[in-house]
Design a protein around this ligand. Structure first.
Ligand SMILES: [Zn+2]
Length: 540
């Protein structure tokens, strides 16, 4: 027997010998919690009197979505509101919230089947929980069917419960100390919704990988409107068997970027993989699940991506994507050294460019002509030569020396494997000319990057919202600074962590909602509870 897991408040109702409701109590972890008899009397779907006596009915008090719609914006979710409504001291207040009740268990009657129990509850005047039946082999299909229906239901559900139908079999399976063995709950992971896949667009990353993104009909996930969903790679598009206008399950799980989990219902024409590079029109090559532009050196998006990476890594501000595209398309910046060749007069003809801005940009670039070695290496954007490897290499002397290292010498360095060594040596050789040009303008300072702060939060941006329990806001900010991080004044795309304390009235703060909205658009802000934040920092 399959039924949805209702996101509400579990309660037990006791009816006396005359069939009168004489005790209602919330059930926390199998123990009887607070008595809510007077409040239960104010819930329309809980009968005050039933035709039989001496029994206990268990179920879930919840708020229908259609009712919650009146309060949305003021409360985080129907569950919290239902819990609050049930705890109102004045039962008349409880009545105002129009709570609902689904019954799912009956104690004090001998029945043979779970389905019989449901029928009996219905007969007694309760609204039994919705349910369906399936065998072992149909469980996955049933799970998906419920997942697909989820958005259409008038109540919130976070998973489904499968129960063995025969009660004698339930007894045989018994219970562990924590939970029954005859029932199993599967949670819908992350928040998910069903929507229509309108199109798949392909873009080319700095690495040359051609990445698919699903354009979906707008749908709400965790309170944010989502219009794009990750499809990871070409192999995944094939595995999913995508078709245009298909109904798809979009899910946000673990990470922050929503992705397409599976196709609920096929659409019309199949989504084909591109046969030319979507940026430069050149040939593609396939490596396992990934498609690559076969001539990245001449590919516009790859090159713009490299320029963006370089200017960002050396810490030079003001060069957004639109400006970089213009600089590339006009031929003003085609290699890294070109940034240092820019003059104010070159920039003036560009869109949305004024004298002041042009001067500022040129000054910004000129202020970055001294670059620490590790930063310089990382900024080159060579595959496998990220921050970590760059920092290790920087300990091995000057740029000159590093450029002369062989694969064998590199592999001998602790924690640098053969794959990294080959990629680094090849990359440095391939970009030799570009590096030489750069060195006409730039001074590389040897050794480790001393300017960069050290510590577990080094270079990270951390922001707090809500009231913290373990320390004052100011203390927390000082802690972040001591550990090498920074506390910006507001939420932006490049925020690393948002630590959420206790939010007023259990409602998400403006910062919290903004971070979620940015994440829905692909930002990678990690939203932490206070406990998770404390876990992350070293014990002091
Ligand atoms: Zn290309």
């Amino acid at each position: 027997v399959v039924s949805p897991k209702i996101d509400g408040v579990a309660i037990a109702l006791r009816y006396d010998a005359t069939g009168r409701l004489h005790l209602a109590a919330t059930r926390g972890n199998g123990f009887v919690g607070e008595e809510v008899t007077a409040q239960a009397h104010r819930i329309a779907e809980i009968p005050h009197r039933i035709s039989e006596g001496e029994l206990e009915v268990r179920g879930e008090v919840f708020m229908r979505r259609s009712v919650f719609a009146r309060y949305a914006g003021k409360f985080a979710n129907p569950r919290n509101l239902a819990a609050g409504a049930l705890k109102q001291k004045d039962p008349r207040k409880t009545a105002e919230y129009e709570l609902s009740f689904f019954a799912y268990d009956l104690l004090g009657r001998e029945v043979e089947l779970e389905t019989e129990k449901i029928e009996m509850l219905r007969h007694l005047g309760f609204v039994p929980i919705e349910s369906s039946r399936t065998g072992k082999e149909g469980m996955i299909a049933e799970f998906r069917r419920w997942a697909a229906r989820r958005e259409a239901l008038d109540y919130e559900t976070d998973g489904v419960v499968f129960k063995v139908n025969r009660i004698s079999e339930q007894r045989r399976l018994g219970e562990t100390a924590h939970h029954p063995r005859y029932a199993i709950a599967y949670k819908f992971q992350g928040e998910s919704a069903v929507t229509t896949l309108e199109d798949v667009i392909w873009s080319v990353a700095r690495s040359g990988v051609v990445t698919p993104v699903g354009i979906i009909a707008p749908v709400t996930l965790s309170g944010a409107t989502v219009t794009r969903a990750s499809l990871h790679n070409a192999g995944n598009v094939e595995k999913l068997g995508l078709t245009r206008n298909a109904r798809v399950e979009v899910m946000r799980r673990g990470g922050v970027i929503p992705h397409i989990e599976f196709v609920v219902e096929a659409g019309d024409e199949p989504v084909a993989l591109p046969d030319r590079c979507p940026s430069c029109g050149g040939p593609l090559r396939r490596e396992e699940d990934f498609l690559y532009c076969a001539r990245p050196d001449r590919c516009r998006d790859v090159q713009i991506g490299r320029l963006a990476h370089f200017i960002d890594r050396i810490g030079c501000e003001g060069f957004g994507p639109r400006l970089l595209e213009q600089l590339y398309d006009t031929g003003l910046v085609r290699e890294f050294a070109d940034f240092f060749r820019l003059r104010t007069a070159d920039l003036l003809p560009l869109e949305r460019m004024g004298e002041t801005l042009a001067r500022k940009l040129v000054a910004n670039v000129q202020a970055h002509r001294t670059i620490p070695l590790a930063t310089f290496l990382e900024a080159l954007g060579i595959p496998e030569l990220g921050k970590h490897v760059a920092t290790i290499l920087a300990r091995y002397g000057s740029l000159d020396r590093i450029r002369r290292l062989t694969e064998e010498e590199l592999t001998a360095i602790h924690s640098i494997g053969a794959v990294i060594a080959r990629s680094v040596v090849e990359g440095l050789a391939r970009h030799a000319e570009e590096i030489d040009h750069l060195l006409e303008f730039v001074t590389v300072t040897p050794g480790e990057d001393a300017e960069k702060p050290q510590g577990p939060l080094a270079g990270k941006k951390v922001l707090f919202t809500g009231k913290l329990q373990s320390m004052e806001r100011k203390e927390a900010q000082n802690l972040v600074t001591r550990l090498g991080g920074r506390c910006p004044s507001g939420v932006s795309r490049d925020l690393d962590f948002l630590v959420v304390g206790e939010e007023r009235g259990g409602k998400k703060s403006t910062k919290h909602r903004k971070a979620e909205a940015l994440n829905a658009q692909g930002a990678g802000i990690r939203i932490l509870t206070e406990a998770e934040f404390l876990e992350m920092i070293p014990k002091v």
